[in-house]
Each structure stands twice: as C-alpha cells, then as structure tokens.
Design a binder for this molecule. Structure first.
Ligand SMILES: [Zn+2]
Length: 152
C-alpha cells in the first residue's frame, strides 16, 4: 500500500518510510489534496477533521491521534499492514526513493572517517545522493519502532 501524508504528519510519514512504505509528503500545504486526488492508488493520511466522515472511505484515512506511536499503530491496525523488518530502512527518508547498496569504497568520500571505518554496509539514494549506514541514528529509529511495536 502506498501513502500520501498531509503536512501535519511529517513524523508519521518519516516512520512509514523507515518501515519501507512508499510515502509521499508534499512540501506545499495546498498540494496535499490535489496530489491525493491525482494519485488514486495512494491512501491519503490526514489530520484534517474534514475527512473524519470518510474514515471508512477507501481514499482517505483520518488520523485522530497526536503521538507518533498512536498514529503509526492506527495506520498499521486500520489498514491491516504487514510489517516486514526486512524492508526497514529501504527508502530515502528525504525523498522516498528506494535505496541501493553501494560498494564500501564508493562511500569513502561522503562519510565521516569514523563511520567509514566502523561500518561495512552503505546504501545510497539514487535521487538525492544521500548515503546511509547503520549508525546511531539507525539504532535510535529502530529502538523507537520496537517501542511502538513490541511484538516485532
Ligand atoms: Zn533521497
């Protein structure tokens, strides 16, 4: 399932990406609905209570909670998403593109020397060029996911 999140749901969008779900997060406020309308295969996630009535609509999911933990559980439970930890960290957190493995040598120029020497696996976003590795950021986000989904 693919998503488009409104501009109140930046953290939710980020964590959906971390979990490997294809999630658009358009930068402009007015773009959300237009995007959502033009992209019929994407579920529109919104904090806008105008969509409350459409809670069961196939198009929009009204998010009626504040915290990341509740929001993420709401999306996963309501839409019966299956969580697959093998897909975690497979998308760029900035632009949503699928990350590609790169040879360690190719990361040398772009990664701090300490991270370069202590990690062997690096992935790169083909769209924005950002390079990721399983450092402390990764560990923190993974810990957050395990807190939200203790069953993982
Ligand atoms: Zn990117």
């Amino acid at each position: 399932m693919q998503f488009i999140a409104d501009n109140m749901l930046g953290r939710l969008a980020k964590y959906l990406r971390i979990m490997g779900f294809d999630t658009l997060y358009p930068p402009r406020r007015d773009a959300h609905y237009r995007f959502a309308t033009n992209l019929p295969n994407r579920k529109f996630l919104t904090r806008n209570s105008k969509y409350r009535q459409n809670a069961t609509d196939s198009k929009a999911l009204y998010i009626n909670t504040e915290t990341l933990s509740e929001q993420l559980r709401l999306v996963v439970n309501t839409l019966h998403l299956s969580i697959d930890s093998k897909r975690f960290f497979s998308r760029c957190l900035i632009c949503n593109a699928r990350l590609l493995s790169i040879p360690k040598e190719a990361a040398r120029e772009s990664v701090p020397p300490k991270s370069y020497s202590s990690h062997s696996d690096f992935v790169k976003c083909p769209q924005c060029g950002k390079i990721y590795w399983q450092g402390s950021h990764y560990q923190r986000m993974l810990a957050t996911l395990h807190q939200i989904f203790p069953e993982l």
